[in-house]
Design a protein around this ligand. Sequence first.
Ligand SMILES: C=C(O[C@H]1C=CC=C(C(=O)O)[C@@H]1O)C(=O)O
Length: 440
Amino acid sequence: MTAILGTHPLRTLTTALDAAALGGHSAATPADLLASDAFCWLRRGEGLLGYGEIAQFSGTGPERFADAEQWWKDMLAGALVRDPIRVPGTGALAFGSFAFSKSSPHPSVLVIPELVVGFRDGTAWLTHHTLDGTVPTADSAHALLRGVLSSEAERTTPDTPSAGTVRSGALTEEQWKESVAEGVRAIGRGGLDKVVLARDVLASFEEPVRRVSILQRLVRLYGECWTYGVRGLVGATPEMLIKVDGTTAQARVLAGTLDREDEPAGSVGFAASVLGGSAKQRQEHDFAVRSLTRQLAPFATDLSFPAEPFILELPNVWHLASDVIAELADFEGHLPTSLALVEALHPTAAVCGTPREGAGKLILELERMDRGPYAGPVGWLDGAGNGEWGIALRGAVLEDPLSVRLYAGAGIVEASDPDAELAETWAKFRPMLQALGLHA
Ligand SMILES: C=C(O[C@H]1C=CC=C(C(=O)O)[C@@H]1O)C(=O)O
């Protein structure tokens, strides 16, 4: 574990965003405030952006969540927080991304940005964090934002996607289908109900890709999803692992997918009959809901979810979806933080399988790649323990300015067909392919 701690305590100042104090810089939507390295968590015109980095936790291994939680507690212990607004996302805040696997060498990180801009229920605010002993003020926060806006010519340059090509990553399509077939055989032998198998593809460009444009396109096209950006990891996920807002926790569980590409006219009804009527898709979904609710129950005094999933309509696919809601139990005066819940819930059967242990082992064997941050938790948490942690799906890692690695997977059950699962991964690559300006 590495942690960079300053010699001064963390100081934070949250203040209402004063549009007049931004001078000539105005923004119609939060996405207009994106900058090249900005942290991003946006959905339906609300969310959080972060700029600059003043401290980070970085770790690997099975203890990565607990170590991150301890680091955050240490940062908060001596913190001097001024927060007159006091809603989830104000005060001290860190963005984070965690590797899917406990055996991954990929670093899991929590990062405290120098400046946060937040939007929620019609309120907009700035939070300025310092660790060098300077006292943040409303003026210093606005000056930082003005600095970001004026130095970022890239934000306003017209967006012309560069030409790129896509090739297979760790496995060719044929090899991946063989892995799916092996997954089906493993399920048939007994002891395993479901395994989620993913694959990667590598997009290469002749000119550097622009992170801001990728995020802006995802925001524009996939407004119902949570568009995330934590360093090189970008994407727009439809799946909420856990959101904590005071005493309430919420999750959106997805599993069961239908491509919308060849959609007949009319079609949520069509999706409902195909997805809802398919025993295979229902089974895939039920495993995912059960894994989430089983892990969440010990933290809850009350937990509910509808008996029947609903159809979530996204531009690329339909999903079977279930929203789970829980009232959090208070243990000796403490509620679990969003990060403590992440540790308990990850990985659910939407991205790993059932039973979890056996599925995890088979994933390592059959995918023959490191998932890195793909399918890991991504999001933010604040000093009160609130937070939103999506599952990093429909995303990619910007490996260097000319190469982007995309990841997508599919839930495999006994009735799975390798060709259909391969087609499903292409439907799930589509948001990132579109965001990269590649044909999709
Ligand atoms: C593993 C992925 O999706 C999961 C989430 C929704 C539906 C899924 C499915 O139908 O297989 C997957 O469980 C992915 O997007 O890479």
